[in-house]
Design a protein around this ligand. Sequence first.
Ligand SMILES: *Cc1c(COP(=O)(O)O)cnc(C)c1O
Length: 231
Amino acid sequence: MIRDNLNAILSSLPSGVRLVAVSKYRPLSELEQAYECGQRIFAESRPSEFETKVLSLPKDIEWHFIGHLQTNKLRHVLPYVHMIHSVDSLHLLEAIEKWLAARESDGDLRRTDATGRNYVKALLEVHIGAEDTKQGFSPEEILTFDWDSAAEKYPHIEICGLMGMASHTDDIGRIEADFALIERLLSEVRSSHPAIAGRLRELSIGMSDDWPIAVRHGATMVRIGSAIFCR
Ligand SMILES: *Cc1c(COP(=O)(O)O)cnc(C)c1O
């Protein structure tokens, strides 16, 4: 089942768009099945579940975090994570930077680049959907974010793009509009900050029910859970 689901998605996903398997709430046995099929990118949304799964599964998995991350839970996530898609506030960005800077020389941290510095990749989460949530940056905040100083201010974080969730609706027009908005935001940020445009390549949009629309709007990663594990 998981094999069929994965194959069906992978066969229609354009090359260049990565499949992030959202394995939250799924038992280890199902992640192992997906791993056996060759899937290597997994995402979780709760810190303690994330840590338990990381420590139980093979080391060559690339782990992503996609849920709301409270600053008192960083220790469950930062030692292992490749990319955090859900950086939803300046407060969180600063807390991640501080946590990693304080552990500069800690050899236990897995996230190290060639220089030996601890760093994580991150996406800024943008609030694009109709839902009334406080989570995420507003489109205005993305445009006024201090992109040019980010590398200097957050040397342990490589901000590499944007993440968003479309409105929870069957209205395809609304979903299209949400994805078009975040696609346009990324392109505006890139064109107004040419010095860092090369680093801002990632657009994490699209879930089980709307990923084909997201692909049409420039997704570089789709985050798919139920269409892999539940059907
Ligand atoms: C759960 C979740 C997904 C996957 O949702 P599905 O509809 O199961 O594919 C993607 N992104 C985020 C942020 C999630 O929390």
